[in-house]
Design a protein around this ligand. Structure first.
Ligand code: CUA
Length: 478
């Protein structure tokens, strides 16, 4: 530290292109500091200021804040590079005496000019106050900070309250219709509270700052330079750690409740394929395209996919499970609310993924038994049976019955029609052709339709009599 900084001989450089600014300031400083101030010179441009700073090494540089001829930012960036102790004051006379920003090379902190001058005076031993209003000012700024603290706390609290009490599970989620939905919803609401609090903390402070800490017009000064805050950093490390660990515990408890098996669970096989659902009830010998479940009885869904990944999801039951080709997956559901729901595929699985829906009915026990009895009796009419199989095995997901084009050729009027083939020839769609197209779809490819969309395994999944019934059904669609 230069020795002359401690004695009373302050060496000051003034940067301004207005002669009155320099004159007035010189007089002011000399009066205030009892002539101990040595005004080294007055320079009117950035270049001159930089040269003078290097040559004269002043203790203090006072810059005319309102002077358009001097680029403050450039001056400050030059000032930052030097090694000697020095201070820069940006002083505005137009805005009144209280508008000044102090840059101290030691810390580069901008603070109140009064506080800084007080320190300057204390160091030199001539503790003269620049302004008698200083102690009043610092008291009023403490008051201001307190008010801002209360204000920002209020805004954050209001935001949090809107999130936590304004958007409840009942309004956000579909009705819960299974025992497994309760722990999931509980977990969801814990998450929701946490998310609301975090949102309020970030957004509340942001909105408050937008309103009360806007940049004043013409103010181009930097904000205070803050380097670290140990207490804050420890807090924002420990708190999230505890929160995440807490959620891990709650999450594992939730998982345990959701997976809790009942040894008396009823088994249902769930078969997913592009783009249909089939449900088989081995205990009742029933196959269905809708999932009918008795209330208050746990059902164990054993799921498989015949082609690609699908996902079984009934939003009212909350839980969800992927269907994986070549691997059985399971899901346990205990429906506890009678009603009509929908299972929707929740894994993108091709062109008609959006339409991979099936009805889910939760019914009373009596009604369920009656349904299984009615379902296990197949109709006498082969056409009616063929229609049931066509629905169960997903044929009509790709073949329309009314002439519209979906994925594959329509079945309406298909029988005995002349089919143009990919290789340029044609074939009459008789019984032999229809049979071959079901069990070996790549043998003759319908011109203009993708060859790889039809499942290749119907010779294994369908029985001979079922195939014949489906052909009877196609023949009826004239
Ligand atoms: Cu199956 Cu999406």
């Amino acid at each position: 530290m230069p020795k002359d900084f401690l004695v009373n001989n302050r060496r000051v450089l003034i940067v301004s292109s207005h002669p009155l600014f320099a004159k007035g300031l010189t007089r002011l400083l000399q009066n205030r500091e009892q002539a101990d101030v040595d005004v080294l010179g007055v320079v009117a441009s950035l270049e001159a200021a930089v040269a003078s700073i290097e040559r004269l090494n002043p203790d203090l540089v006072v810059v005319d804040y309102d002077d358009k001829a001097v680029n403050r930012d450039d001056l400050l960036s030059q000032f930052l590079v030097g090694g000697e102790r020095m201070r820069v004051v940006l002083l505005s006379l137009q805005k009144g005496g209280d508008h000044a920003v102090v840059y101290d090379r030691r810390s580069m902190a901008a603070s109140n000019i009064n506080e800084w001058l007080e320190e300057w005076n204390a160091v030199s031993g001539t503790a003269e106050q620049l302004s008698g209003a200083e102690s009043f000012n610092s008291r009023s700024s403490t008051m201001k900070n307190l008010l801002h603290g209360i204000g920002v706390t209020l805004v954050v609290a209001i935001f949090a309250a809107i999130g936590i009490f304004g958007l409840r599970n009942e309004w956000l989620l579909p009705i819960p219709a299974a025992v497994q939905a309760a722990p999931i919803d509980q977990l969801f609401s814990y998450h929701w509270i946490l998310i609301s609090a975090l949102f309020a903390l970030i957004f509340g402070i942001m909105v408050y700052s937008f309103i009360f800490f806007r940049r004043k017009p013409g103010d181009e000064t930097d904000g205070p330079h803050i380097e670290g805050n140990n207490a804050l950093e420890v807090t924002w490390t420990i708190l999230p750690l505890i929160t995440v660990l807490g959620f891990a515990v709650i999450g594992s408890q939730t998982l345990r409740e959701v997976l809790l098996p009942d040894p008396d669970a009823m088994e249902v096989r769930v078969i997913g394929q592009q783009w249909a659902w089939r449900f088989e009830y081995p205990e009742f010998g029933v196959t269905s395209t809708e999932l009918v479940l008795p209330i208050n009885q746990q059902v164990l869904l054993r799921m498989e996919s015949t082609d690609v990944l699908h996902s079984f999801w009934v939003p009212e039951f909350r839980i969800k499970q992927d269907l994986v080709p070549g691997q059985e997956t399971q899901l346990r559901i205990t429906p506890n609310k009678v009603g009509d729901y929908k299972v929707r595929c929740a894994e993108i699985c091709g062109a008609s993924h959006y339409a991979m829906l099936a009805d889910v009915k939760v019914v009373g026990e009596r009604e369920f038994i009656n349904w299984t009895i009615s379902k296990s009796e197949l109709p006498e009419d082969p056409i009616a049976r063929g229609q049931i199989y066509a629905e169960q095995y997903g044929c009509i997901a790709c073949h329309s019955l009314d002439g519209t084009r979906i994925i594959g050729p329509t079945w309406q009027g298909a029988y005995l029609s002349e089919v143009p083939l990919e290789n340029g020839s044609t074939v009459i769609a008789d019984d032999t052709y229809l049979y071959e197209s079901i069990v070996n779809p790549l043998a003759k490819i319908h011109a203009g339709y993708p060859a790889n969309q039809m499942p290749l395994n119907f010779s294994e999944t369908l029985r001979e009599d079922q195939i014949n019934d489906i052909i009877e059904f196609i023949k009826s669609l004239q």
